[in-house]
Design a protein around this ligand. Sequence first.
Ligand SMILES: [Fe+2]
Length: 203
Amino acid sequence: MLPDKETAEQMLVEAEKRNPGPWGDHSRTVAECAEKIAAQAGLDSGKAYIVGLLHDIGRREGVTNFRHIIDGYHYLNGQGYNEAAKICLTHSFCIPDIHMHIGTCDLTGEEYQETVRLLSECEYDDYDRLIQLCDSIALPQGPVDLATRMGDVKRRYGHYPEAKWQKNFELKEYFDRKTGNDVYKIVGAKLEGGDKPCQEQSL
Ligand SMILES: [Fe+2]
C-alpha cells in the first residue's frame, strides 16, 4: 500500500519542519528522476515518484545516519504504507549486505539485527533498483552523473565501497537497457564527472 501523491508531499513537508535540511530537496530530485525513468521503463511512474519522495522520510526523526533507514521503515509501516517502507530499507543497499552502509552505525544492537534480518528477507524488484540508482544521482539542486554524486559521498565520509560503486554503474546500464535510452538524458543530469565506472575520475 502507498499514500497518494498529495499525502506523500505533505508528509515530506511535515518531516522537513521537524528536521530541516537539504535532504528534502534531495528527495524531490529522486522522486522526479524516478518518475521520468519509470515512464520510459514500463513501470508505474506514479508509484516511482511516491516511493522516491519518501525514501529518506526517516530523517524526520532528526539528524541521524544509519538510523534514518529503520526509522523510515517503521514510520511508513506504522501507517500501513508497506510498499514505501520497503524502499526506505532497500535504498542504501544496492548490494543487500549491511556492511555496504556508509557512515557511522547509530543503531542499537537489536535494531542492527532487525535490519540484517529484514534485508535477508527482502526480494528486490525494479522499484528498489530504481530508487537505489536515483539516490546515487540526486543532489538537492538536481541530478548529476554517478561519479560526481558518489565522489561527493566518498569525500564527505572518507570512503565508498568499491563493490557498491560498480553496482551503481550496473544499475544505470540496467535502466539504460530497460528504457532503450540513456538515463542521464532522461533525467537531464548535469555531467561533471563523466560516465565511466572509475573511482579516480571524480577525485
Ligand atoms: Fe537519499
